[in-house]
Design a binder for this molecule. Structure first.
Ligand SMILES: Cc1cc2nc3c(=O)[nH]c(=O)nc-3n(C[C@H](O)[C@H](O)[C@H](O)COP(=O)(O)OP(=O)(O)OC[C@H]3O[C@@H](n4cnc5c(N)ncnc54)[C@H](O)[C@@H]3O)c2cc1C
Length: 460
């Protein structure tokens, strides 16, 4: 079996992937983890959460490569139908899937494809006012088309959801928030030009009940080894299976780093992966699953939503207008709206999340071509959620910016300490995959209680 350059890059990317944990240059520096002393954690004075899996206009957070899917499925999904129906959005990006950057580029790509066949002044409908729809609208309105963006929610931004005010010291980002300074450089430059600040994230710690270390080389090494082993195989398998069958999980289990067992360190790394991909190792493809190379080392500290609003300035946006059905033919398209009205256009760009396409809450008439439906079924759609807690003053004993729990039963095992990033006494918990689905079932009181329990090891 031959492997493309893409396969190589994915394998290589996994080595340097993510969450400040993959740095293996420095040896871990252990300190004894403080034994929780029964310190009471103060009740947060502010609480906000996302719940993307239950959001009817997302039904998850972003796409991932499940076993049986391949990058070609993303390419297929963005193929125009009759030159009337175009697709964009993060799931259609094979360069930067699952990201803001990929979604934005996909919007420009669909717009430019469309403009090669559209006559001047045509009416173009865009379904969805997230970053992909906004970018498509920006490109097409600059080219003189009559662009109307139809958005189901009463806000723009989609999976970029910035909450401002409401007693919080700065913007609260309930969707995308973390970026990679190298790969996302163009995006960061554009954000900077709009006055939206971003900040690099300094050091992380990994705390088990017995010790604390500053790096987790075990997880990244095991995953890289499993991915490299799987790349030589005749068929794809899950990352968990690759970890087991390659022996990488056993090697990790047999390792002990500065007083912390290797098994829990591998578990922590896989939990971190779930906060990036929204999926478990038991769902991710070992061949293609780790398709977001680069280090997440930056967070957007300003209003991320500004980029979407700025891109929409040249077009008309109709909020609170869900599209129920797209009818298409060789001569045009008609959108049936949730209100019962319809909207006719020459062409349409569909940017709804893959979760919406999978659940078929947006219908197509006639049905989408078989190749599109195959791609929609093959690609996975995961869940990442965030929990924002505001405190009157810091109660924690560590000045690390990112806290990772190792070897505990908590669902929320990654916390960002904004005191070290923006100066605010705010903690942001991230949870992905099955843990996110469990957390989504908790009511507010239960979730706060669960969050505070997971924070106990960090209390002074
Ligand atoms: C919690 C979370 C964390 C993330 N973290 C990161 C990160 O750190 N870095 C990163 O780069 N990316 C991250 N992402 C992914 C990133 O947010 C997405 O890839 C990107 O924002 C998707 O943009 P989009 O335009 O493709 O889709 P969306 O932003 O989802 O836009 C689609 C729009 O379609 C609308 N819509 C849906 N159904 C209908 C309908 N029937 N009629 C009309 N409108 C409809 C929706 O309301 C939405 O506004 C994260 C996502 C989540 C949820």
């Amino acid at each position: 079996m031959s492997f493309t350059r893409r396969t190589f890059l994915i394998g290589a990317g996994s080595l340097s992937l993510l969450v400040l944990s993959a740095c293996v240059d420095e040896p871990p520096t252990p300190t004894r983890s403080p034994t929780p002393t029964g310190t009471t954690i103060p009740t947060p004075s502010g609480f906000l959460r996302s719940s993307w899996s239950t959001d009817p206009y997302a039904l998850g957070s972003h796409s991932f490569m499940a076993v049986g899917s391949a990058p070609e499925h993303r390419d297929t999904l963005r193929q125009p139908i009759l030159n009337r129906v175009y697709f964009a959005g993060e799931a259609t990006s094979s360069d930067n899937p699952g990201t803001v950057l990929g979604a934005q580029a996909s919007g420009a790509l669909a717009a430019n494809d469309l403009s090669t066949v559209a006559a001047a002044g045509e009416r173009i409908a865009i379904i969805g006012a997230g970053i992909a729809g906004a970018e498509a609208a920006r490109v097409l309105s600059q080219q003189g088309y009559d662009v109307v963006v139809v958005e189901a929610r009463n806000r723009v931004g989609g999976r970029i959801q910035t909450v401002t005010g409401k007693g919080w010291p700065g913007p609260v980002e309930l969707g995308a928030w973390r970026l990679r300074s190298v790969e996302d450089n163009v995006l960061l430059t554009r954000l900077g030009s709009l006055g939206t600040d971003s900040v690099s994230v300094p050091d992380a710690i990994f705390r088990s009940p017995t010790a604390t270390v500053t790096t987790n080389p075990v997880g990244s090494t095991a995953v890289a080894s499993a991915v490299a082993w799987a790349a030589e195989g005749a068929s794809d398998l899950t990352l968990s299976a690759a970890l087991d069958q390659s022996g990488a999980a056993k090697t990790a289990n047999d390792t002990k780093v500065a007083g912390i067992d290797g098994g829990p360190l591998l578990g922590q790394y896989l939990s971190s992966l779930a906060t990036v991909y929204g999926a478990q190792a038991s769902d991710l493809s070992a061949w293609y699953g780790l398709d977001q190379p680069g280090n997440i080392d930056t967070v957007v500290s300003g209003d991320f939503g500004t980029i979407v609003k700025d891109s929409l300035t040249g077009s008309t946006t109709s909020l609170a207008t869900a599209v129920a059905e797209v009818s298409y033919s060789k001569t045009g398209v008609s959108l049936r709206l949730g209100t019962g009205e319809s909207l006719r256009a020459d062409r349409v760009i569909v940017t709804v999340p893959l979760g919406v396409l999978k659940k078929e809450t947006l219908k197509f008439n006639p049905l989408l071509p078989f190749a599109h439906r195959t791609a929609i079924a093959a690609l996975g759609f995961g869940t990442v959620d965030s929990i924002w807690l505001k405190f009157d003053k810091p109660f924690w004993s560590t000045d690390a910016a990112v806290w990772n729990l190792v070897g505990t039963a908590d669902d929320i095992t990654t916390w960002y300490n904004l005191e070290q990033i923006t100066g605010d006494p705010v903690l942001v918990g991230l949870v992905g995959g099955d843990a996110a689905l469990r957390v989504a079932k908790l009511d507010e009181a239960q979730l706060v209680a669960s969050a505070l329990t997971s924070l106990r090891p960090f209390a002074a």
